[in-house]
Design a protein around this ligand. Structure first.
Ligand SMILES: [Fe+2]
Ligand SMILES: [Fe+2]
Length: 225
């Protein structure tokens, strides 16, 4: 079994070779998902391992697609289905992995139904918050040329710059966005979206850390600290 997992790791490394942060994220999600799975009962560990390694396999394809039609969760599920089947895993494992990957996206239309899919969803979202979340948010902000902090009025920001005016809606104008705004419109709501008790507890602590970080940042910017 380990030999097959090693083969999957090599496939992932190759597919995400142009994106070191997607690859590093994948391995953190793998560790988090294994940790969460050990706290739950009757979890298929093999499915959790395979799905967490392959969950963002189509990320580079989505990011480099100028048409905006590629959904890495759906394409990734198809790619994973072929990879896992070619490695001679039973069809039940193939289908379980596929469901996990199809449903891992925060803004996705399909919801995780199995324990393994819920664990992958939770592990993936945990990696968006806490100290890692701050670091990742600033890597993305750097790529997009965002400010490090923007003062906003949340209600008018939601109306003006979020699609449908809803929390978690897609951002219309990235120049009006910054990592602290991401806390107000997304990160803060992650704990309530999670499925497992273990992940919820970790997420709550991680959000507190982010709130502290951004309030200290604000004080430093204002010259009061
Ligand atoms: Fe993803
Ligand atoms: Fe991910």
């Amino acid at each position: 079994m380990n030999k097959k997992i090693d083969t999957i790791k090599e496939i992932v490394k190759k597919e995400l070779s142009s994106s070191s942060h997607d690859l590093e994220h994948t391995f953190r999600v793998f560790e988090l998902a294994c940790m969460l799975a050990k706290k739950e009962h009757t979890v298929d560990m093999e499915v959790v391992e395979i799905a967490s390694l392959l969950h963002d396999i189509a990320r580079v394809k989505e990011d480099s697609d100028s048409s905006g039609n590629i959904d890495h969760a759906l394409l990734g599920a198809e790619m994973a289905e072929k990879i896992v089947r070619n490695l001679d895993y039973p069809e039940s494992v193939v289908q379980s992995v596929k469901h996990c990957i199809q449903t891992h996206r925060y803004r996705g239309e399909m919801a995780p139904e199995t324990k393994e899919a819920k664990i992958l969803f939770d592990a993936d979202k945990l990696d968006a918050i806490g100290a890692v979340g701050v670091a990742r948010a600033y890597m993305i902000a750097g790529e997009r040329g965002e400010s490090i902090y923007i003062d906003i009025d949340l209600n008018s920001y939601m109306k003006e710059n979020l699609l449908d005016g809803k929390i978690n809606g897609r951002i219309k104008d990235i120049s009006k966005h910054a990592p602290n705004v991401e806390l107000e419109t997304k990160f803060r709501y992650i704990p309530e979206r999670l499925f497992t008790d273990t992940a919820k507890k970790i997420a709550e602590k991680r959000v507190v850390f982010m709130e502290d970080f951004f309030s200290t940042l604000k004080k430093e910017i204002d010259g009061s600290l």
